[in-house]
Design a protein around this ligand. Structure first.
Ligand code: HEM
Length: 422
């Protein structure tokens, strides 16, 4: 395939030969065209080898069952050195536990996972709710505003500032660094300039090194550990010397920032968009708010905020009748698995009381399954509870505008108009 020619236009999903389609093209997601391309793969070639792409050759795994198989078998499919379709060749490398195999992965995950333990989440709930209420109460009524900026980014950046005990007034820096981290052409076919990424990540590292030192100096009474992520890392044997391993410190910070930011943010926007596309579901929700927890799972399935995770085969393996060789890149397209009709009937529709919504793939599976899944669900649940308390209609009046990326599946703008409950 001639990638230079192909790059000029997005080929037709049905008339083009599969060999001439680049499934890693970020525009497929930016323009929301991806669904028909991946449906065709699921129907015709569910484990598909793409010999030529801007990211080198790779396998696309597109069916629900095959994705589950790959994600469950970390001993066959390695997460090292990274989980994005692109490699860190010309980019600042980031070492993070999502891109590590056992034992290092397990040691580092254990160090920080208590921040999202049920006890902590319960303690955070009232703070999250008060922040959600303030954000919603400040929104203009009966006129268009940008939901992405005023609600989705604002709420997730506030949450991240809380998780890190980061200076609250600088919280938008977290969002900015997150956008830079995964957004370059070489990593995900995004639009971020690599030089801007390098400068932003350097600033991120310096800022957190300073915070790290401040937190050490603040000290705590004997035996007491702060519940923010930095204090937890400092209290754990596996991570307490991370200041001496700057790339690992930066990597794990970025992991937690991206983990807690892009994903929840795009679920907040995507959920509202979906309820506008499927207005009967909005009526169903108003008639029965008890459906909210199930609806949150369904929104996360429908949106699939991270379109893929990548693996490298440790040895030769057969998948779906195809021979994958040791060293091959294997991309699990969660976005596709979540629209697999054999698992989710009418998969393109949002059905808020869908029976098996919780079995979606958006959080992954196995040892890397999302660490923040309960936190994300809690935030989304609270937002929807408080929306219902305030507004009779939440109407999408323009957009949304998609983001060019084959990884972070999300939005940069969505115009919304609110009508208050009378
Ligand atoms: C891992 C999605 C929210 C932190 C992951 C993975 C996915 C994912 C797909 C990789 C799973 C795999 O490879 O099998 C999401 C989605 C979210 C979300 C869709 C929201 C709707 C969060 C939040 C946090 C977070 C709020 C913050 C605490 C992490 C971390 C990992 C991870 C630390 C790495 C886990 C590991 O490698 O063991 N997430 N995430 N995520 N997520 Fe999330």
């Amino acid at each position: 395939m001639n990638i230079a020619i192909k790059k000029q236009l997005v080929p037709d999903p049905y008339t083009e030969t599969l060999e001439n389609i680049d499934f890693s093209d970020g525009r497929l997601f930016e323009t929301d065209a991806w669904k028909s391309y991946f449906k065709r793969l699921r129907d015709e070639d569910p484990v598909h080898y793409q010999a030529d792409s801007p990211f080198g050759p790779f396998w696309s795994v597109t069916s629900y069952d095959d994705i589950l198989y790959v994600d469950k078998h970390h001993e066959i499919f390695s997460s090292e050195p990274g989980i994005l379709i692109g490699d860190f060749e010309d980019e600042i490398p980031l070492e993070m536990f999502i891109g590590m195999d056992p034992p290092r992965h397990d040691q580092q995950r254990v160090a920080v996972q208590s921040v999202v333990a049920p006890k902590n989440l319960a303690a955070m709930e009232s703070l999250i709710r008060s922040r959600v209420c303030t954000i919603l109460d400040d929104l203009p009524l009966n006129e268009e505003f940008d939901w992405v900026d005023r609600v989705s980014i604002e709420l997730t950046s506030q949450m991240l500032a809380t998780l890190f005990n980061f200076p609250f007034e600088d919280r938008r820096k977290l969002t900015y660094w997150s956008d830079l981290a995964t957004g370059t052409p070489a990593l995900t076919d995004g639009d971020v300039d690599p030089a801007e990424r390098a400068a932003g990540l350097a600033d991120c590292l310096t800022t957190f090194q300073k915070l790290w030192m401040e937190r050490l100096e603040e000290g705590k009474p004997d035996g007491e550990v702060g519940l923010d992520l930095i204090s937890l890392m400092q209290a754990n044997d596996e991570t307490k010397d991370m200041m001496d391993r700057p790339m690992e410190l930066l990597g794990n910070l970025v992991l937690l920032i991206v983990g807690g930011n892009d994903t929840t943010r795009n679920s907040l926007t995507g959920g509202l968009f979906a309820l506008n596309k499927f207005p009967k579901e909005f009526e169903k929700l108003k008639a029965n708010p008890a459906v909210i927890p199930n609806m949150i799972s369904e929104i996360i399935r429908w949106q699939t905020p991270l379109a893929h995770m990548r693996r490298i085969a440790n040895h030769d393996v057969n998948l779906g009748g195809k021979s994958i060789k040791a060293g091959d890149k294997v991309v699990m397209w969660y976005a596709s698995g979540n629209r697999d009709e054999s698992h989710f009937p009418n998969a393109d529709d949002l059905i808020i009381d869908r029976k098996n919504a919780r079995s979606h793939l958006s959080f992954g599976y196995g040892i890397h399954r999302c660490m923040g899944n309960r936190l994300a669900e809690m935030q989304l649940r609270i937002v929807w509870e408080e929306i219902l308390n305030r507004f009779s209609s939440v109407e999408v009046v323009s957009g949304p505008t998609g983001i060019k990326s084959n990884f972070a599946k999300g939005y940069s703008y969505m115009g919304v108009r609110l009508t208050p409950v009378s």
